[in-house]
Design a protein around this ligand. Sequence first.
Ligand SMILES: [Mg+2]
Length: 118
Amino acid sequence: MTTRFLVVLDADSTLIRNEVIELIADEAGRGSEVAAATEAAMRGETDFATSLRSRVQALAGVPTRAFDRVLSRIEPTPGVRELTAAVHERGGAVGVVSGGFHEILDSLAPTLGVDVWR
Ligand SMILES: [Mg+2]
């Protein structure tokens, strides 16, 4: 069957209620610092690229096994499964685009009815 339309969502604070970078930073004991930096960047108070680099540097040393704990803390946005089901019922597909962490999205997206993610 041909896909009739595509609905595309952001991941962090859209598909899910969390900011994954903040959950990973929690694993390094730097969650509140990274959350404050994210909020300042979203308010336009800091240059986004510089802010992103400093936030990612705060993740240094977090072991990859931490992704399991991060994944367990993800809260899907209420209604997201109903949204993807309704899109499918009408012949559409759901995509997610993210500049975040595929280590999380690769496990999460299929459980929420997402058809394609990058
Ligand atoms: Mg977002």
